[in-house]
Design a protein around this ligand. Sequence first.
Ligand SMILES: Nc1ncnc2c1ncn2[C@@H]1O[C@H](COP(=O)(O)OP(=O)(O)OP(=O)(O)O)[C@@H](O)[C@H]1O
Ligand SMILES: [Mg+2]
Length: 429
Amino acid sequence: MLVGMSRSYDVAPSAARLTQSLRDIGYNFHTAIADLVDNCVAAGATHINVETVFEPNGSYVLICDDGTGMNETEAVESLRFGTRRDYELNELGRFGLGLKTGSFSQCRRLTVVSRKHRTKSEVHVVTLDLNRVARDDSWAVLADESSPAIERAVDMLQESPGTVVVWEDLDRVLPDRYAENGWGRRRLASLAGKTSEHLAMVFHRFIEGAVAGRGDVVIAVNGEKLRAWNPFAPDEAETKSLPPQRFQIETADGSSPVRFCGFILPARDRFSSPEEFDRMSGPLKWNRQQGLYIYRADRLVQHGGWSGIRGIDEHTKLARASIDFDTNLDEVFQINVAKMKVELPPTLKSMLERPVHELSVLANDAYRRSANAAERKETTKSAMTEVALQDVGVALKAALLEESELPAFRQALDTLRRRNPTLADSLGL
Ligand SMILES: Nc1ncnc2c1ncn2[C@@H]1O[C@H](COP(=O)(O)OP(=O)(O)OP(=O)(O)O)[C@@H](O)[C@H]1O
Ligand SMILES: [Mg+2]
């Protein structure tokens, strides 16, 4: 048999076509910024500031950090679609794409301004400009471009190392008709507000200093320092947390743990203040913020919803739970490029059914007790008796759940409701 060289063709992608198609892979302004903040956090930054600057026909965005910075080779490499590099366990990057895909989802001109050297104030400026890429159909990275935004970025790095990413030509943020008027200014301001809310949630553990091996990370938007939004309201005296549980998930090369922890937040009348209750409602408000908060290496990638384990329900709006996984489970969780979505592996989904059910039973009780508390004010019924009965109901349910399987538990409840509906009602079952 003849063994020869097999024929092949080198089919490099068209720069003009590919950059254009990759603009629409599902980011919006605040999720794109969050993907860039990932890079700042990964570079060990302790101060990160996002600036949105409105200038008629010259608006720009800066994402500034005091992380390790990049030398010239690294800065150029950072602009490669599919940056060549290795990752350690629980590094936030994975695809070598976020900087480019996130940025070009919003703008046409991306510049990385970076300084690595502590003592030498050597600042590198490299740019990918979609207009040039389209014109030449080439991946050329431009050196030492200049503009008022880039000059500001260079100035910021005069004292110490760090990186400033510059977005210019914001065609997706401020289409032409908005680029020079008050609408544009308001739109940029409103996007900045949304960004604050999103970053305060997604990076709350970093802001709180709750991530092992690193101190507080200060994140600011337009100079305003963000207050962490922790979905589990740990400062509320009445927040209840259930004992954490661990599940082992098998992978091709071994297994890795996933951690689950359920919380029942206090109802409105048990919150420290109505203002705090409203703040803890979250970006999508109480109902849609119930459910699972999935963290990849301490960075939130999904906030709320039950991932198909159960449905959103007004009665369980006080139930929230954290799920933590490490980056070696990226594949089984099918993390997407924009780091906004995961799929629960089917084995985990079935293991979570019971703890999620327990959590929703308890959350349902907390909700009903508060609804009843409101009604009690208008009835002559003895409040004490009712509370006592409800407590018995909760204790009963908890005991039953601990001792029996789910179907048996549901059956027992059904029987009681059938035989003694009034009592079942008073017990809150
Ligand atoms: N702010 C920054 N400070 C230091 N290095 C950075 C910064 N931003 C990007 N880099 C470097 O550029 C590389 C490419 O970034 P990019 O976001 O495109 O990919 P990634 O973070 O490696 O993976 P992912 O696609 O998952 O985000 C990073 O791996 C990092 O080495
Ligand atoms: Mg990245």
